[in-house]
Design a protein around this ligand. Sequence first.
Ligand SMILES: [Zn+2]
Length: 256
Amino acid sequence: MWYSVAFTVPAFFLFGLVFGSFTNALIYRLPSKDYTILKPKRSICPSCKHELSWRDNIPLFSYFLLAGKCRYCKTKIPIRYPLVEFLSAFLYALNAFIFPLPEAIALSLVVTGLILTSFIDIEHFMIPDTGVVLVGIGAFFWAFFRGRFPNNLLDALIVTGAMLAFFFISNAIKKDSFGFGDVELLGVMALATGLIGSLYTVMIAAFTALAVYALSSVVNKRKFDRSAQLPFGPFIAVGGYLTILMLKSIEGLYTF
Ligand SMILES: [Zn+2]
């Protein structure tokens, strides 16, 4: 092979930092009524609206250089900024470590879509279309490079149909119990994970959601509140990404 992991892993880490920084801007701008992706052109402090210089805007490093505060108004910068940048960089590097170049690129697009979707869901309780589209395109190409078509297309249709049925039934029993965005996200993830993989995605998502909510109710010393609104997007993201990493072993269990 003309490229080696010793080169691609650090390169993907740097790309992940840059795209993570861009993802942060989208997490703030997409749900906002005042901003669009292109307006304003330069990054600004959400608190004092001061335009940021390049040295305030270096992924990960600026946060530590500025000691987590805006240079101009001293407002605390949310931990989400360095977190998203690091997560993006780490997962891009992991993709490059595990998969050949074309698949690593496609899966990194999935990662960016999942991070975008998860953090907007956590902050606004909604799944952004932009996130679903990015995950869909990345998942399609990942599966394509792995020679999983046309099988996965049929699988994705079956999963979407099943999730739609579940969506209507659960919402008939209890209103707003399962969001339509969750159906879309599981549907596009299925392009990569296929049928068996989708079952694992849902299973991992449900178990981690349960564990996190049980843990948070212990930590916050409040009663386990079943009516509390919970963003499910981040759990689908964790379940889907882990499933993609383990897909070969998972499907190995079902081939005879
Ligand atoms: Zn500021």
